[in-house]
Design a protein around this ligand. Sequence first.
Ligand code: PLP
Length: 377
Amino acid sequence: MKEESLKLAQEHGTPLFIIDHEVIRANYRTFKKHLPRVQAYYAVKANSHQEIVKTLFEEGASFDVASYNEFMQVYEYIRHFEEKDQDFYIWDKIIFSNTIKDRDTLRKIRRYKPLVTFDNEDELQKIKEHCDTAGVVLRLKVPDTGSQVEMSSKFGAEPGDARHLIAQAFDLGLVVEGLSFHVGSQCTTFDNYTAALDIASQILHDARKSGHNVKIVDIGGGFPVPYDSRVPQFEKLAGIINAECDRLFPDDVELIAEPGRFMVATAAVLVSEIVGKARRDGKIFYYINDGVYQTFSGVVYDHWIPNFHAFKPGRTEVCAVVGPTCDSFDKISLSEQLPADLQIGDYLYTENIGAYSIASSTRFNGFEGAKILHRNK
Ligand SMILES: Cc1ncc(COP(=O)(O)O)c(C=O)c1O
């Protein structure tokens, strides 16, 4: 892949973001194979490129959407369905996982009878008022210890408030279809999942005892990607989840998940180009034509640790790699072991950059961001 990427960069120019759709399909199949009881809703936010949505749609995935626009990206492929098939698809295969939805969005999605999450009373009232056709899923606050991106400080009801919120939803005439949680993105502490499943199970059984037939448990995202050899294996996590789910949930509970990173992170590489070189306080600074305002935005928003590899061999030393904008904040990494004699016009290669990268890229300073190229579409 590395050699082929170099050729593609020479042919198409840089920065070049190469998406391999066969890797996306393989990731989806791996997920399904190891978690056979779990329906996989791809979290579109991880990489919302339309061609990725298309590949996963064709693969039979379901979708987690955070906004009306993401919903429409999926709707694109069912637009031609008959109304009853559309309704079935939307109910069965799409979840609005953003616990806070503005009123305008709720009004726009009302006609689609969507499945939406909530985690507080004000949201419930808003859903009732502007989207009373919705089925609701209560998002719970669960431990997210050690995850690359934490979630629980912003989302999720305290487990102790769950009984009251479920009762309130039913009192309003809404139906609580399920419970959800998110253990934090790139979760390598598998105890977070066991703790969350345990919390969800207690609340589900409690609700059922009170006569509320809560049916769905949504185990969220967080499934870790092998960015380095210390990341524990997904297969091991899947074994733990399967055993816990079989222990905690009867067969009539529908299990769903919202994997984002897992589907796309390993499916893309970036080839960037050195556009400037300087020595500052003794350290080599390579200025490249992509930065934290573009494809490396994950360094800021996703706490992502970038990786850089040179195509040319050479004696290495610790170098900084920085972006092309005028902002001094635009430093991608201050410590990369790279050949010291790379020159302007040489290329760098970054792996596993498919998730939370182009999704949050900007055009700051007038830089366009990477050109996107598809393999195995
Ligand atoms: C509600 C929700 N579901 C799923 C995801 C996807 O998580 P991940 O990429 O860790 O699988 C996110 C990520 O932010 C999220 O907020």
